[in-house]
Structures are given as C-alpha cells and as structure tokens.
Design a protein around this ligand. Structure first.
Ligand SMILES: Cc1ncc(COP(=O)(O)O)c(C=O)c1O
Length: 404
C-alpha cells in the first residue's frame, strides 16, 4: 500500500494511544497547535493583531478552504460554532407554514432531530422513517437489526416524502451504524418534488468526497474528520435556498458592518446575501486558526485520496478478522463496503453481546492502547488518512483475540 495521504508525523500520535475514534473527536495536527499559539501570541500584544490579515483574513481563508473541501463557492459558506448551529440556522430561518413537515431517517444523531422538533409550536411536524427491515432506534436501539448492502434506505425516504414535506434532513454518514446515504439519489428525488435536502455532513466531511448537486444545505463541524478542536464548523447553503431563509440578525449580517468610516449606528443597511448573512456573530478566531490549518492539510492531501486509503484499511481489517467471532458481521460490513455504503466508520454490530459485552471489549482494547468507541449497539472503528497498515493489524489482533 502507498504511504498514508496524511503523514502521521504531522500529528502527535504515540504507540500507546491508537486513536480509531475521530468519529468522536479528531486528533489535531501540530500545524493547528502552531497556528493557535501564533494567534494567542498576537493577542498578548493586541497591537500586533491585524485587521485585514487576522480579523478578516482568517475567516475569509477558512471560508475559501471550506469551499475547496466541498467543491463549492466561498460566498456560500457560513462559519458556525458547530454542526448543530448550522442546522438550527436553517430550521429557524426557513419560511415555514403551519402544517409543514420535516422527514428524517429514524435514529439520527440528535443534532439533526432537535432543531426540527423545536418547531412544533410553529405547527411543523417531524417524521422519522426506518431505513431497513428491522431498523429500530431510541429506547429500542440495541434491539435493532444492523443495515446490510441490500437495504434500500433512499427508496424508503423518497417514498415517505409527502405533499407537506418541505425538508428532508439526513446525516450523510450515520453516527452509530456508519451507513452512508446516496445524496445524489436523494437530491434528485427531492428536487423533483420541490423538497429541500438538508445534510448533516459531520461524519463524512474530510473523509468522503462531497458532491453538492441537489443539496440545499450541508452542515458540519471541525472536530471529527476535519481534525480540528470542538467549537468551529461551517454551513454551506445553495444560494436560492439561502435567500429564502431569514438572516441571523447579527451585527455582521448586514452590508458594510465593519466599515467604520460609516457610523455603526446607521441601521439603513441591506442584509448580506452571501453565507455571512447566517453567521451568528464574529467567529472564534483562535479555534478558526486551527480549523484553517486542518482544512489546508486535508485539501492538500485530497479527500479522494483519504477516502481510498480509508477504504483499503477497512478491507484489510475485514480480512484480518476472518475466522474470528466477528467474521459474520465482517461479511455484512464487507458487503456494505463493496457497495460503497460506508464512510470512515466500520461499525460492528453487538450481535447479542449487549452493552456490557461491548464495554468489556472496549476495556480490553484500552489495555492494549487501542481507543475505539461504542454507540447504540455498535463498536465503532474509524480510520483516517493518517492511519497505517500496522495500525489496522493491531486492531485486527485485538478484535480476533490474537493480540499478544
Ligand atoms: C451525525 C452527527 N451530527 C452532529 C454531531 C454533533 O455536532 P456538533 O456538536 O458540532 O453540533 C455529531 C457528534 O457526534 C454527530 O455524530
């Protein structure tokens, strides 16, 4: 196999901590630490902070890198503190009529449920759709059957769209079972029906190449596959869709907001029409300095190369567990992988082991220095562009019980 597209030496990786859980929190590259330190050093001497280079330059550069990542335009990017806040900006700004409906897959991460449920008082309903036979969530999540390559999640979602549906809100890659939805198919079906496709892309951004065709909005945060600290992310919106949303109402969401040659108290101004119209206020520049460096690193490596590397590592892990007690679930996951149904999370179904069984397995991994995660009946192992074949072989030995 060729070298990892993200040089592991760019990160603070150590042999005692094999981190296969960027689906919870991504490791930050050293360059991000350097950038935040440099920014804080300037803040010690505020006369060194530059208006154009820092206050305006960092957000502008971050919007530009985010646009490169998504294959979109910088003017369609809104800097947000989280994926949730991007989704909330859409939910709160959308021109709802009482009786409208939002459709979503069953068992979304709550960041893609509460923004829509919060609209109940405005007469907006939220309807969840099971994605495959035996799909359960909520209190019954651990009793759910896992997805297989034969599941037709898009067909079920499209069938569920009704005359009152205004938005279909989906996670591109699901946080618990790792299933990746076909956004192209959903986007085309939504456009035909006049429904907006709104995507929570946090579990795919940085590890799966994006095609924005057919989408109305795409929200993410920096702290998972984008390898940045918690607290900054971005929202992409289609221009026409954005024009239908209410602006955030922050002082920066109007024209000439930072042109101090004009009195700031002059309120006769037009709302901005680009992505800044939805920004909640000045971004966290310290955090954004880190996100900017991580985005640069990922864009230089290229998300397609990261995705191909991750898929090859997943196939290697599935080979390694053949013959172990995970073989049957490995075959299910191989079917999903070969069908192009996975992002960067390999989510092993507990298969009757239950919460205690998976917790015991996690603990045995920790004792071997392998840090994975468990959510709603699945053990999640997530590979990124900096992982190596040796990392995979360690995980394989752990899962098949052959680690020395
Ligand atoms: C699918 C998904 N959406 C959203 C979030 C939360 O993102 P944020 O904290 O940036 O709102 C997570 C975090 O686990 C997630 O997995």
């Amino acid at each position: 196999m060729s070298a990892p597209p993200l040089d592991p030496a760019l990160f603070h990786l150590d042999p005692e901590h094999l981190w296969v859980m960027h689906c919870s929190e991504g490791p930050v590259p050293r360059a991000a630490l350097d950038a935040t330190q440099a920014f804080m050093r300037k803040e010690l001497r505020p006369w060194e902070v530059r208006w154009e280079e820092d206050f305006q330059g960092i957000p502008a550069a971050a919007r530009a890198e985010a646009a490169v990542l998504l294959g979109g335009r910088p003017e369609d990017i809104t800097l947000t503190p989280s994926a949730s806040s991007g989704l909330v900006a859409v939910a709160q700004g959308f021109p709802w009529r009482s009786g409208d409906e939002v459709v979503a897959p069953l068992g979304e991460f709550p960041a893609n449920a509460w923004p829509w449920l919060a609209l109940e008082a405005r007469g907006v309903a939220f309807r969840e759709v099971p994605l495959w036979e035996g799909h359960l969530a909520g209190a019954e999540a651990w009793a759910s059957r896992p997805p297989t390559a034969e599941a037709g999640p898009e067909a079920r979602l499209v069938e569920a769209l009704g005359p009152r549906t205004r938005i279909l809100a989906v996670s591109w890659v699901r946080f618990q079972d790792g299933l990746k939805l076909d956004l192209g198919r959903l986007g085309a079906a939504c456009r035909e029906r006049g429904v907006h496709l709104v995507v929570d892309g946090i579990q795919a951004a940085g590890t799966v190449p994006v095609d924005l065709e057919g989408l109305s909005a795409f929200a993410t945060s920096g702290h998972k596959g984008l390898l940045s600290p918690q607290g900054m992310g971005f929202l992409w919106t289609d221009e026409m869709f954005r024009r239908s949303l209410s602006p955030s109402g922050s002082w920066l969401s109007v024209e000439d907001a930072t042109d101090f040659s004009r009195p700031s108290t002059d309120l006769r101004r037009a709302w901005l029409t680009d992505g800044r119209a939805l920004e909640p206020g000045g971004p966290n520049l310290l955090n954004l300095s880190a996100l900017l460096e991580s985005l640069r690193l990922i864009n230089r490596a290229g998300v397609p190369a990261i995705a191909a590397h991750g898929a090859a590592l997943q196939a290697r892990l599935l080979d390694a567990i053949e013959g172990s007690s995970w073989a049957a679930d490995g075959a299910r996951l191989r079917g999903l992988l070969e069908a192009g149904r996975l992002g960067s999370i390999l989510a092993f179904h507990h298969g009757g082991a239950g919460a205690d069984g998976l917790q015991a397995l996690l603990r045995s991994g920790h004792r071997q220095g392998i840090l994975a995660s468990v959510r709603e009946g699945y053990l999640r192992v997530a590979f990124h562009g900096f992982h190596t074949e040796a990392d995979v072989d360690r995980v394989g030995a752990w899962l098949s019980g052959t680690a020395s």
